[in-house]
Design a binder for this molecule. Structure first.
Ligand SMILES: Cc1ncc(COP(=O)(O)O)c(C=O)c1O
Length: 456
């Protein structure tokens, strides 16, 4: 006799007994179901009761080529039998070497040195510390500050949170954080009436120039999320801001850190978002899609110029001191190599262009919805901004949690949509088909209808 598999209810009850989940008021689970997923299949997640959910957000923006991807799984199985882990100080292994070589080849020119870490926030910590330490090694210990954009999100460890500006995550911990210099975001949604996204970018560059004029002497780096400020509400901006910013950073002798943790690996239509502005940053942070969404891994790429500022006799005390036990983990590196192999062997970006165009067509009618202020898209990221008043763009009060209705409706109807407040967004794995996109948009549209009802 075979034992019955546990049900959703049984697993959820056991989970809630001991597990404290991220980004969650656990009390919510008195009315919001905890969903136990037991299997993944392409863009679909399957729960213990056999219900299927289309992963419209790529499981926190990580998954590119589907859950339980056979090619990545086979690579991992082989790697697990060969070398699962080895200390990465004094020792190395062929998988990390190959991955570093490939990353240098595919990222913008000039980035030739690769520092591995094991999650996105850790990569941001590395970039901030490396930038500060570069200036210190150059005799500029007075450079201790960072410029970040309003609405930015770079992670939730203390350094990464310091350069983030999403109140939900930052406000409580503010007394523990560094104080960044905040520059107004080039976010096109905040443009003046009649202004094009390019004009908004130009105006915001002026503000950045003023800040650099005043603060460059104490500033290590400017950190940005290229093209899309994701956790800040999928706010998008014109690539000219990045080319202008690159020129300003050069002029004022300040590093540029591009955090492509969410937008890298094809999300915005090009392999890396910086390509759309034709720029190379001084530090490029990568994670999430790096392993196709399989295992935690991150990388910070930088220039020989930065590397050489640390390269000295041991007793000069210039070494970069930052380490994580799982740095350069062979399994994670192998998952990344398999992911890059899929990009090489399949016309991923070309196929995404077709999918993105289909998504745009499906979302177009929502522009006329009386509670939709904006429908925006950059490649495989699209967002719908719900507001209380379309003419003034007055938002729904956050405490009304309108987006939660979309989430719950999604769960009941086979879609994982996880709005950011009142912003409903789509960031599916690249293996969806047009029918999957239609499903996601249909469920979202129904959810929006429920969410905007009076006093929803
Ligand atoms: C742009 C950006 N930077 C950094 C991070 C932090 O990455 P992690 O969650 O792996 O720490 C995120 C996560 O959403 C992100 O979107």
């Amino acid at each position: 006799m075979t034992q019955a598999s546990p049900t959703n209810a049984a697993l959820a009850a056991r989970d809630l007994q001991h597990i404290w989940h991220p980004c969650t008021q656990m009390h919510d689970h008195e009315r919001v179901p905890m969903v136990p997923i037991v299997r993944g299949e392409g863009p679909w997640l399957i729960d213990a009761d056999g219900r299927r959910y289309l992963d419209g957000i790529s499981s926190w923006w990580t998954n590119l080529f589907g859950h339980a991807n056979p090619r990545i799984a086979a690579g991992l199985a082989e790697q697990a039998k060969t070398l699962e882990h080895v200390i990465f100080a004094g020792f190395t292994h062929p998988v990390a070497i190959e991955l570093a070589e490939q990353l240098v080849r595919i990222t913008p020119p000039g980035l030739e040195k690769v520092f591995f870490a094991d999650n996105g926030s850790a990569a941001v910590e590395v970039a901030l510390k490396m930038s500060f330490h570069y200036w210190l090694n150059q005799g500029h210990g007075e450079k201790t500050r960072f410029i970040a954009l309003t609405g930015s999100y770079h992670g939730e460890t203390l350094g990464a949170l310091s350069v983030s500006d999403v109140a939900l995550y930052r406000k409580t911990y503010a007394p523990l954080l560094l104080t960044p210099i905040l520059a107004p975001s080039p976010d096109a949604y905040e443009g003046e009436p009649g202004e094009s996204p390019e004009q908004t970018a130009a105006r915001r560059l002026e503000a950045m120039r003023d800040l650099l004029e005043r603060h460059a002497g104490e500033t290590c780096a400017v950190i940005v999320e290229p093209l899309v400020q994701c956790a800040g509400g999928m706010r998008m901006y014109h690539p000219s801001y990045l080319s202008g910013l690159r020129a300003l950073c050069d002029r004022y002798d300040v590093h540029l850190i591009a955090d492509e943790i969410a937008v890298g690996f094809g999300r915005t239509g090009t392999m890396f978002a910086c390509e759309q502005a034709g720029i190379a940053p001084d530090f490029l942070c990568l994670s999430k899609g790096l392993t196709g969404g399989t295992l935690p891994l991150s990388a910070v790429l930088t220039t020989p110029r930065v590397y050489e500022a640390f390269y000295a006799e041991y007793n000069a005390g210039k070494a970069f001191l930052h380490s994580h036990s799982y740095t350069g983990n062979p399994l994670a590196c192998r998952a990344a190599l398999e992911t890059l192999a899929i990009f090489r062997d399949e016309p991923v970006l070309e196929r995404n262009r077709g999918l993105a165009a289909h998504l745009a067509r499906q979302l177009e009618p929502l522009r006329d919805h009386p509670h939709v202020a904006d429908v925006r898209q950059h490649g495989m990221i699209a967002a719908v901004e719900l507001v209380a008043d379309k003419s003034t763009r007055r938002p729904f009060p956050a405490e009304e949690r309108r987006g939660l209705h979309v989430y719950l409706h999604g769960l009941q109807n086979g879609a994982l949509l996880r709005p950011l407040g009142n912003i409903i967004y789509f960031m599916p794995p690249y293996v969806v088909n047009e029918g999957d996109i239609d499903h996601l948009v249909r469920v979202a549209r129904e959810g929006i209808a429920l969410a905007v009802k009076n006093g929803a």
